[in-house]
Ligand binder design. Structure first.
Ligand code: PLP
Length: 382
């Protein structure tokens, strides 16, 4: 069975983790800071805060931006549930903005319409979370312009998009957002087994997130409320969590980051190869904008005949091909329906969902494996 995605671990990765395991500190040591510096330098951001998951980073990002009860977060319904859940962790309210059917990303025009209505009703969002679906950037310039007009914060959920570029710069550089979040789950572009990182250029946001990551505690001289209390002294200044990354995870992350460019060029190669070989089938292929260099986390096709989706999916599974569907629209999950959402609310997202299938795409995938997927998909559609 080929999975839709999986990690690629080489000897360098293994050696790095063993070395970390043999060192004095297996958590709260120097490797986390080194991983943070390496990612921040790679994408040209000022600060990076590593955690145990992107979900934790999204929570920290919302808290650092002051999100609280009575305020609202807007995001795309075509994302993993964690993007919406982080608003509810803060007792805030969630709402969704429909996708652009071409890019599967949050639609800036729909956002503009919803904002102008929200302004009249005095219920503008505090934060908009832009999800770079499949690793292709949202139209950040348009979303950023709206944030200036209506006064909301922007978090980029770039869980799919480390190493992707927008306007020839790496996503995560903070040009169009307050905070950008990467995931290092094994299905993503690079992995630390579990892990995430929040990037920002804002000193204050970085300091808040770093404190909240570790119980609300600081030891840093310039942050202490009370000075000169002794070398053992630390202060808990707010209510935080234990969202820390271990040294083992950071060691793997550092090693994987050195392989990032190689990972993405292989993914791009396989994606273009799919594009060529699937062009004649009754499918919509992924939209590629020349100005947005995707990280190709996911390769998603949409069937022209959505009522065949289940049969095609089951046939491919039967043939040992690890297809998936990304994602069931978040607002249709039972948990979110219990909050008042329902089918029928976000038309493009739902239409996309009914037709979508994610085909396998990962670094160690061979051309033979890919040809097998292509042939079986042809059979399924015949
Ligand atoms: C994977 C993913 C997350 C959660 O990442 P974790 O590191 O597993 O917590 C959040 N948002 C999106 C869009 C994702 O794909």
């Amino acid at each position: 069975m080929t999975a839709y995605s999986k990690q690629s671990i080489n000897q360098q990765d293994i050696d790095a983790v063993i070395k970390a395991l043999q060192s004095d500190l297996i958590t709260q040591g120097p490797r986390v800071a080194e991983f943070e510096r390496s990612v921040a330098d790679k994408v040209a951001a000022r600060h990076a805060i590593a955690t145990n998951s992107a979900t934790s980073c999204l929570h920290l990002a919302c808290l650092a931006l002051g999100l609280k009860k009575g305020q609202t977060v807007w995001t795309s319904p075509i994302t993993f549930v964690a993007t919406a859940n982080c608003a509810l962790f803060c007792q805030a309210t969630i709402d969704f903005v429909d996708i652009d059917p071409k890019t599967y990303n949050l639609c800036p025009q729909k956002l503009a319409e919803k904002l102008s209505i929200a302004k009249m009703n005095n219920c503008l969002p505090h934060i908009v979370i832009a999800v770079h679906m499949c690793g292709q950037s949202c139209d950040m310039q348009a979303i950023y312009a709206l944030s200036k007009q209506y006064g909301f914060h922007i978090i980029e959920d770039a869980s799919h998009a480390i190493g992707a570029r927008y306007q020839d710069k790496y996503i995560g550089n903070g040009q169009f957002s307050d905070i950008c979040v990467f995931s290092f789950h094994p299905v993503k572009i690079i992995t630390s087994a579990e892990g995430g990182m929040a990037l920002t250029n804002n000193d204050e946001l970085a300091s808040r997130m770093s404190k909240l990551r570790s119980h609300g505690i600081t030891r840093s001289d310039d942050e202490l409320f009370e000075k000169d209390r002794g070398p053992w002294y630390y202060e808990q200044q707010t209510l935080g969590f234990n969202y820390r990354m271990t040294e083992l995870q950071a060691a793997l992350g550092i090693s994987q980051l050195t392989r990032l460019d190689e990972f993405i060029s292989k993914r791009r190669y396989l994606a273009h190869r799919y594009n060529e070989k699937l062009a004649h089938l009754a499918l919509d292929l992924p939209f590629m904008d020349a100005h947005y260099q995707s990280a190709w986390h996911l390769y998603i096709v949409q069937l022209h005949l959505p009522n065949k989706r289940r049969a095609v999916f089951e046939y491919l599974k039967e043939k040992g091909i690890g297809v998936q569907v990304h994602y069931i629209p978040v607002h249709t999950q039972p948990f979110y329906r219990a909050q008042g959402f329902d089918w029928g609310q976000f038309h493009h997202a739902e239409k996309y969902y009914h037709a979508a299938i994610t085909l396998p795409l990962f670094f160690d995938m061979t051309e033979q494996q890919q040809d097998y997927v292509i042939t079986r998909l042809q059979d399924a559609l015949a």
